[in-house]
Design a binder for this molecule. Structure first.
Ligand SMILES: C[S@@+](CC[C@H](N)C(=O)[O-])C[C@H]1O[C@@H](n2cnc3c(N)ncnc32)[C@H](O)[C@@H]1O
Length: 229
């Protein structure tokens, strides 16, 4: 699906330029990854430590729109890497908080396992400016630990993480999801095999999740959490 590149047109020019540059760097890196990078001696963390693997630009724009449509201000991001998708989440949360003018603050709880990646993310956010920096609570370490505490009611969860981690993350955040919260999981068509458990869980009768696969490249799962009261 081609990006229309219009969703964030009202956001500051320096941030849009930064995002364009970071998406291009991410794509260039991804094009160079080969099967040899995944030989037995390399863990996924080893291979990906210096890689963006940023969410595709068109998906990021779509998520920005969903966030603006739903007025989400409290967001959790599973898998932050160099912080590209986090910028979209923070932009939308800030715009929503400003529009609501009800005293609710924008908050993006970002999570990254690798300290060096977290440091790069912080550099990118600094380039965006203080509002973005202040809207993000970056938790460094394994999110199965870092998300255990200090979570408010969550409006939106982005699962852009190694696929085996998607279901454990959802289960940690689920008790904090507000009724009607949205959840996005990336690459559910491309990585369908490793998403089997996750998809069985959310599609089970009575799960409380309403599920659609949006046909972006690789697939993008859109879930609404609406358990019966
Ligand atoms: C696909 S990348 C995220 C890309 C990012 N959302 C973006 O658009 O720029 C997934 C990230 O999840 C991180 N990750 C993997 N397992 C993790 C875990 N257990 N806890 C926290 N982060 C983890 C990886 O280090 C990697 O940087």
């Amino acid at each position: 699906m081609a990006s229309s590149n219009t969703a964030i047109r009202d956001e500051p020019e320096h941030i849009r330029s930064l995002l364009t540059r970071l998406h291009a760097e991410s794509k260039a890196q991804e094009a160079k990854i080969t099967r040899d990078d995944y030989d037995n001696s390399n863990s996924m963390h080893d291979v990906m430590r210096d890689k963006f693997i940023a969410l595709d630009e068109d998906k990021a724009h779509y998520i920005y729109q969903l966030l603006r449509a739903t007025g989400a201000t409290t967001i959790v991001e599973a898998g932050t890497s160099f912080g590209v998708s986090t910028i979209y989440l923070a932009l939308a949360a800030l715009a929503n908080a400003k529009a609501a003018a009800n005293g609710k603050q924008a908050l993006v709880v970002a999570t990254e396992h690798e300290p060096t990646k977290a440091a790069r993310a912080r550099e990118h956010w600094k380039e965006c400016g203080d509002d973005i920096v202040q809207a993000i609570d970056l938790r460094v370490g394994d999110l199965r630990e870092t998300l255990k505490t200090d979570l408010k009611e969550v409006d939106f969860l982005l699962l852009d993480i190694w696929t085996p981690m998607a279901l454990p993350t959802l289960k940690i955040v689920q008790p904090h999801l507000r009724h009607g919260a949205l959840i996005i999981a990336d690459n559910t068509i491309m990585a369908a095999d490793s998403y089997t458990e996750f998809l069985n869980y959310v599609r089970a009768p009575g799960s409380g999740f309403i599920d659609t696969t949006v046909p972006f490249e690789g697939g993008l799962e859109l879930l609404v959490y609406a358990p019966s009261q």
